[in-house]
Design a protein around this ligand. Structure first.
Ligand code: ZN
Ligand code: FE
Length: 759
C-alpha cells in the first residue's frame, strides 16, 4: 500500500453557503499549495467548487483544513466531496466567479472589523480617517448588491473606479483586501458630503466637522448608513428628542440609542454576557436592554423599561460617536413609512434638519436596523433586517430543487419568503403593508429577490385573511394558491427553523388572526405535523364588538371580558349599558379567542394602560408593572384559568382571572399573578394534550411571546414538566415570521402533490 499512498486522485469538493467574497478562494489556494495539491477553485453563486488532485492523505487533510480553518465570514451551510476522473493541472488556479444554478447565498452586511478600525486611526495609514474603510471580511454587502454573483460590477461600488493602490491590493492574494469588492480609499472611494439647511455643501473632513458641530449644538442631522438614512441627535437633550418626535411624527414609541463603546452601554443599561455578545456580533443589531443607572432624556424611551441599544457598525459612525458620544439613531422616515435610502428624497427634508451627512454610494436594498433580545437563554428576533437578511433558513426534509414557493406573510409586519429546495429566504422587515409606500417596497423587494436568488415561484401561499394586502398580492400572481391559517403558520415557522419532523403541540398567542370558523383567533393550541394541523384547544370565545379598529382600545376589551363573565356592572365605563345591550342582541359582534386582547383587558383593569397608542403599549405596561413587583419581591396574587373539555376541544376560560383582577389587590401583585396564571394555564393545557396525543414537543410562537416574563416562565415550567420546548430564534415570533411557516407548508404540500403525481 506504500505506493498506493503516493498515487494521486482527483476529487471535487462542494461548499454551499456564504462562500463569495469572504476570502475563501485565496484561502483555498494557499491551503492547496501548502498541501501540494493542484487544481482550481471557482465560485458560482452560493456554491464554491474545488477541483483538487493529490494523494489521498493530502486530499483528506486539505478538506479537513478547509472546514476547520475557513475564514471568519465564510458560512458553510452544507459540504460534500465526490470522486472525479483523472485530470492534470498546472498548479492551483483561482477562476473567476461564474453565473450559477442552484441555491444562491449572499452575505448580510458586516460591521467594520478591528483591523480596519485600527488602520482608520493610524495616521501613517493611507486610509487614515477614511469613513468607508472596509476589507474582505467587513463592510456593506447585501445593501449594495444589485445582482448575483457578488462581484464589484454587480454592486453600487461599480461607480467608483479603483485607484492604483486599491487595484494593487485587490489583485494581491496576500492582502487583506484581495478581491474585497468594497475596497476604497480617500483617492477613489465614496467621500463624505454635508449639506447644511441653506443648501451649502461641504466635503470630506470639513463635512465631518460640520456634522459634529451640528450635533454638538443640539441639532438633528440625517446620516447615510448601510441600509438607509438615520436621524441622529443627542439622547441627553429632552428638547432635541421632542423635536425629533415631531419631525418623525412619532409620538411615543421608543428610539434606539447607538453607543460609542461597551462601557458606555453598561453605564446606561444592564448587560449580561449573552447580551454583550449580541451587541458585538457582526450583525450589530439593536438589543433591547433593561435600563441602567445613567439616564437618557425621558423622551428617548418614554415608559419602556428597555433601551434599544446598539454599537456603531460603520467607520463613519465610529468617527461620529468618538466625537459626539451616544446618539439617538432612528430610521429616517415618517412614522411607519419605509426607511429613506435615496439622497434626493432625503434632501427634501433638509429645511427641517440641521444638516445631512451623506455620500454618493447608492443603497440598493433598504434595510432597517435589526432588533433582538436575549430571553430564556436564547436570542429572540424582534425585527429581522440588516445583518441577518438575506441569510436563508435551512428547511428540514429534502425539498424539490427548482420548485419555488412564494409566501406572502402577514399585514402589520410585512415580510415575505421565497423558498426553493431546502432553503427558505425570508425578506427583510418591510413595515406595515397598510402604510403608504410600504406596499410598493414589498413588490419591489419581491421582484429583486426573485431575480437575485433565481427563484421562480410555482405556487403562492398566503394568510386566510381575505383583507391582507399580502394575500391580495399573492392572489394577483395567478399561481396556484395555498391559504394557510394564521396560527398554523406561526407554529410552522418554529417547526421549519428547528427542523421538527415529529408532531408538536403548537401554542400560538397573538393579537389577531383569521380563524377557520371566521372567528378571531389568538389563544390557540394546535396539534401540528409536517404541513397538517388541527385545533385542539383555545381560549374561550368572548363576544367582541366591532372590527379591527376597536382592537387598540384596551378598556373596551376589558369591558367585553367583564360582560362575558357577568361582572359588567363593576365597571365605571359609561359605554357599558350600550355595549352590553349590543352583545345581548348579537349586533355586530364576533367570537374572539385572542390572548393579546386578554392582556389588553388585564392592563386596563389594573390601570396600567387603557389604550394602545402604538403596538402592544398596554401589554408592555402590564409587563412593566409585573416586572417591578417581581423586583420588589412582591408575591403574585393567586389566580387561575378554568380548563374544561367540550366535544374534544380544550377550552381555557379566563373568567376567574378577570374576577381576580377586579379584587382591588395591589396592582403589581395582580399583574404578576396574571402572568403566572397565563403560563400555568399554558403548561396545564400542554400536559392534557400530551396525555391525549402522546406528544412531548411544544412550539411557542405569536407576538404575545415577546413578553419576556410570560415566555421565560412558560419555557421554564414546560421544561420542569419534561417537555422539549421550542421558540422562534431565526425569525420573529410576531407576524413577520409567519411567511416562513407559510413557505414551509407550501413546499411540503407541493412535495406531497408531486409524489402523488397530481401537481
Ligand atoms: Zn475590515
Ligand atoms: Fe400573529
Amino acid at each position: 500500500m506504500a505506493e498506493g499512498k503516493e498515487e494521486k486522485h482527483n476529487i471535487i469538493i462542494r461548499l454551499y453557503g456564504i462562500v463569495q467574497s469572504v476570502g475563501l478562494r485565496p484561502f483555498v489556494e494557499r491551503l492547496a499549495r501548502a498541501h501540494s495539491i493542484t487544481g482550481a477553485v471557482r465560485n458560482s453563486g452560493g456554491l464554491l467548487e474545488i477541483e483538487a488532485r493529490g494523494t489521498a492523505p493530502r486530499l483528506e487533510a486539505f478538506y479537513r483544513d478547509i472546514l476547520e480553518k475557513k475564514p471568519k465570514h465564510a458560512l458553510i451551510v452544507h459540504s460534500e466531496t465526490h470522486n472525479a476522473p483523472h485530470e492534470d493541472f498546472n498548479g492551483f488556479a483561482i477562476e473567476k466567479s461564474s453565473d450559477a444554478k442552484g441555491p444562491v447565498f449572499l452575505s448580510p452586511d458586516i460591521c467594520v472589523c478591528h483591523d480596519c478600525v485600527r488602520e482608520m486611526y493610524d495616521p501613517k495609514d493611507a486610509r487614515y480617517r477614511h469613513p468607508f474603510i472596509s476589507c474582505m471580511s467587513c463592510g456593506p454587502r447585501y445593501s449594495i448588491i444589485e445582482g448575483a454573483p457578488y462581484d464589484r460590477e454587480n454592486t453600487t461600488m461599480r461607480e467608483f473606479g479603483m485607484c492604483p493602490m486599491c487595484a494593487r491590493e485587490y489583485a494581491d492574494n496576500g492582502d487583506r483586501r484581495f478581491h474585497a469588492q468594497t475596497i476604497s480609499c480617500h483617492e477613489c472611494g465614496p467621500y463624505l458630503l454635508f449639506r447644511d439647511p441653506e443648501g451649502k455643501t461641504y466635503t470630506r473632513e470639513e463635512a465631518f466637522g460640520k456634522a459634529v458641530e451640528a450635533v454638538k449644538g443640539g441639532g438633528i442631522i440625517a446620516v447615510k448608513g448601510i441600509g438607509g438614512y438615520h436621524l441622529a441627535c443627542s439622547p441627553y437633550s429632552e428638547e432635541t428628542v421632542m423635536r425629533l418626535r415631531e419631525i418623525k411624527m412619532r409620538e411615543l414609541k421608543p428610539f434606539a440609542v447607538m453607543f460609542p463603546d461597551m462601557e458606555s452601554v453598561k453605564r446606561h443599561c444592564e448587560v449580561s454576557a449573552r447580551e454583550e455578545a449580541l451587541l458585538e456580533s457582526d450583525a450589530r443589531p439593536i438589543v433591547l436592554l433593561e435600563k441602567g443607572e445613567e439616564s437618557l432624556a425621558p423622551a428617548v424611551c418614554n415608559k419602556s423599561r428597555f433601551v434599544g441599544a446598539f454599537l456603531w457598525y460603520t467607520p463613519l459612525q465610529a468617527m461620529l460617536l468618538a466625537e459626539c458620544g451616544p446618539l439617538v439613531m432612528t430610521s429616517a422616515n415618517v412614522s411607519e413609512d419605509p426607511i429613506i435610502n435615496d439622497d434626493e428624497e432625503m434632501m427634501k427634508w433638509s429645511r427641517r434638519l440641521d444638516g445631512i451627512l451623506y455620500n454618493e454610494r447608492k443603497i440598493a436594498v433598504r434595510l432597517d436596523d435589526s432588533v433582538v433580545r436575549s430571553v430564556a437563554g436564547k436570542t429572540q428576533m424582534i425585527r429581522r433586517s440588516r445583518g441577518y437578511a438575506p441569510l436563508p433558513v435551512l428547511l428540514p426534509g429534502t425539498g424539490i430543487e427548482g420548485y419555488g414557493v412564494f409566501a406572502a406573510g402577514g399585514e402589520l409586519k410585512g415580510s415575505f419568503c421565497l423558498a426553493s429546495g431546502r432553503f427558505a429566504y425570508p425578506s427583510q422587515h418591510l413595515g406595515d403593508l397598510g402604510g403608504l409606500g410600504n406596499g410598493s417596497v414589498y413588490r419591489e423587494t419581491f421582484e429583486r429577490m426573485k431575480r437575485i436568488f433565481r427563484i421562480e415561484p410555482r405556487i403562492a401561499a398566503c394568510d386566510m385573511h381575505p383583507g391582507y394586502e399580502s394575500s391580495l398580492f399573492a392572489r394577483s400572481l395567478g399561481l396556484p394558491l395555498i391559504e394557510v391559517q394564521h396560527h398554523h403558520a406561526h407554529i410552522a415557522s418554529v417547526i421549519a427553523e428547528h427542523g421538527l419532523l415529529k408532531p408538536v403541540i403548537g401554542v400560538a398567542f397573538d393579537g389577531t388572526g383569521y380563524g377557520e370558523d371566521g372567528a378571531v383567533w389568538g389563544g390557540e393550541f394546535l396539534i401540528c405535523e409536517c404541513e397538517a394541523y388541527r385545533r385542539a384547544g383555545h381560549l374561550k370565545y368572548v363576544k367582541f364588538l366591532g372590527g379591527d379598529e376597536g382592537m387598540r382600545d384596551a378598556a373596551k376589551s376589558a369591558l367585553m371580558y367583564l360582560i362575558d363573565c357577568g361582572s359588567g356592572n363593576v365597571t365605571k365605563d359609561p359605554r357599558w349599558p350600550l355595549i352590553s345591550a349590543a352583545v345581548e342582541n348579537g349586533v355586530n359582534t364576533h367570537d374572539n379567542s385572542s390572548m393579546g386582547r386578554l392582556f389588553d383587558a388585564a392592563a386596563a383593569l389594573l390601570g396600567a394602560c387603557s389604550y394602545n397608542r402604538y403596538e402592544a403599549e398596554c401589554a408592555s405596561a402590564l409587563e412593566n408593572l409585573a416586572h417591578a413587583a417581581l423586583r420588589r419581591g412582591i408575591k403574585p396574587l393567586q389566580m387561575r384559568f378554568d380548563i374544561c373539555e367540550r366535544e374534544g376541544m380544550l377550552i381555557a376560560d379566563a373568567s376567574p382571572v378577570i374576577r381576580a383582577l377586579c379584587e382591588n389587590a395591589d396592582a403589581g401583585a395582580a399583574a404578576l399573578g396574571f402572568h403566572r396564571a397565563a403560563a400555568d394555564m399554558t403548561v396545564s393545557m400542554c400536559e392534557r394534550l400530551r396525555d391525549k396525543n402522546g406528544i412531548n414537543d411544544v412550539a411557542l410562537s405569536g407576538g404575545v411571546f415577546q413578553n419576556t416574563l410570560l415566555l421565560e416562565d412558560t419555557m421554564e415550567k414546560l421544561k420542569e414538566k419534561g417537555f422539549a420546548a421550542y421558540m422562534n430564534e431565526a425569525v420573529p415570533p410576531n407576524d413577520a415570521g409567519i411567511c416562513l411557516g407559510q413557505a414551509y407548508i407550501g413546499l411540503k404540500k407541493m412535495e406531497k402533490r408531486g409524489t402523488l403525481g397530481c401537481a
